[in-house]
Write a protein that binds this ligand. Structure first.
Ligand code: FES
Length: 387
């Protein structure tokens, strides 16, 4: 039934301007309900008697939650701006503080939202009049009378909730919602404020543990045997044709430094997939321009960190020569310099240039020539090779 078709008995659907202007807010609200075919079956003010102890207690409860939201919002801002967030290894000084950073973000931000929600629910339960109403559904847009009476209904709800005269609730709500409104955009945009290239060539997004500390430093490929003091370096004969192994960087200067040895396994950009192609597959390889000599014979090494959102691209499918990322199903073609052929990733997995040194070990012949991991804002293209 459209608005025009409605004909509620005893209700004038087309009051004149003068009639509307002469009606009180209460009358307009009542008219609005009737025009909307709303039958109010039961209605009772929560606090017919003003200033009772129970009423004050209810107001204090609501204010408490809004105030808690404000305090949580401020705490979130404090944690976000000042808490130490940079990665620390287990056992390293500051590890416990770093470890608490993410839980504290969630705790303070979550508490701010939760408290606003609880405050709003309490207002509905303790301040807005109790009411049971039944409304028929209608199609079509609202006419001018409906709009005017709807505004009156909303104002009536505000007035009868008695919020207007409760400054403690108003101020605490403004504190809670205001702080939350400030904290939200900071949480969203805060991470983008820092310039990722502030350190030039040594910027964290440019470098990894595969980056030589000095020119000519040898960086070995090392397998993880489960013990950080077991230095198992990789030779070409260690991997059968058709095989793949995840390897990590090793520098001689780390040999007796358990912290650096552990870090080389744990650093997010360390894992590299070393793939030994069968000759028949290697004959079909298309090399990337500028990276024609990055392989060593039939050995190819690609960063394991997905260029979509940094999951480990761990699944090597020998039959199709594809690397699969389990997170969002990106697939990379090993025979085409690990370029993405399916899924959301848009960038090939960076390739590590390989060589074999005079001792017969596989080594990195230089650093990666492009940033590892997901694409990011202002990611530069290649840089000059260091080999
Ligand atoms: S992180 Fe690999 S596909 Fe999304």
């Amino acid at each position: 039934m459209s608005n025009a078709d409605r004909n509620t008995p005893g209700v004038n659907r087309n009051p004149s301007e003068e009639e509307l202007a002469s009606m009180s807010q209460e009358q307009l609200a009542e008219l609005g309900a009737k025009l909307d075919d709303v039958d109010i079956i039961f209605r009772r003010n929560r606090w017919p008697e003003k200033g009772t102890k129970a009423e004050k207690r209810a107001a204090r409860q609501i204010s408490f939650w809004f105030a808690l939201s404000g305090v949580s919002g401020l705490a979130f801002l404090g944690v976000f701006l000042f808490w130490p967030w940079e990665y620390r290894m287990p056992g390293e000084e500051g590890y416990n503080l770093y470890n608490w950073a993410t839980p504290l973000y969630g705790l303070t931000f979550g508490l701010a939202i939760l408290s606003i929600g609880i405050g709003a629910v309490l207002i509905a339960k303790k301040m807005i009049p109790e009411e049971i109403a039944v409304q028929q559904r209608h199609d079509g847009p609202s006419d001018a009378v409906d709009q005017k009476t709807t505004v009156a209904l909303l104002r009536d709800a505000y007035d009868t909730s008695t919020i207007g005269r409760r400054s403690m609730i108003k101020w605490s709500a403004a504190f809670g919602v205001g702080t939350f409104a400030i904290a939200s955009p900071i949480a969203l945009a805060g991470g983008m404020v820092k310039n990722p290239w502030a350190e030039g060539d040594n910027s964290p997004l440019w470098t990894s543990l595969w980056t030589p500390s000095y020119e000519g430093e040898t960086i070995y490929l090392r397998r993880d045997t489960g013990r950080i003091d077991d230095i198992a370096l990789v030779r070409p004969e260690d991997i059968d044709a058709g095989g793949m192994e995840t390897v990590f960087p090793f520098k001689e200067s780390w040999r007796n430094d358990s912290y650096k040895l552990l870090k080389s396994f744990r650093h997010e950009y360390s894992p590299v997939m070393l793939i030994h192609l069968r000759s028949s597959d290697a004959a079909r390889v298309t090399k990337r321009q500028g990276q024609e000599d990055f392989n060593y014979g039939n050995f190819f090494a690609f960063s394991k960190i997905c260029t979509h959102l940094a999951c480990p691209t761990s699944l090597y499918e020998q039959q199709t020569q594809r690397l699969l990322c389990p997170c969002h199903q990106s697939q990379f073609d090993v025979l085409q310099y690990a370029r993405p052929v399916f899924g959301p990733a848009t960038r090939a997995l960076p390739q590590l240039p390989l060589a074999v040194n005079e001792e017969g070990y596989l080594v990195a012949r230089g650093d990666f020539i492009e940033p590892l991991g997901p694409a990011f804002w202002e990611r530069p293209n290649y840089r000059e090779r260091q080999s």
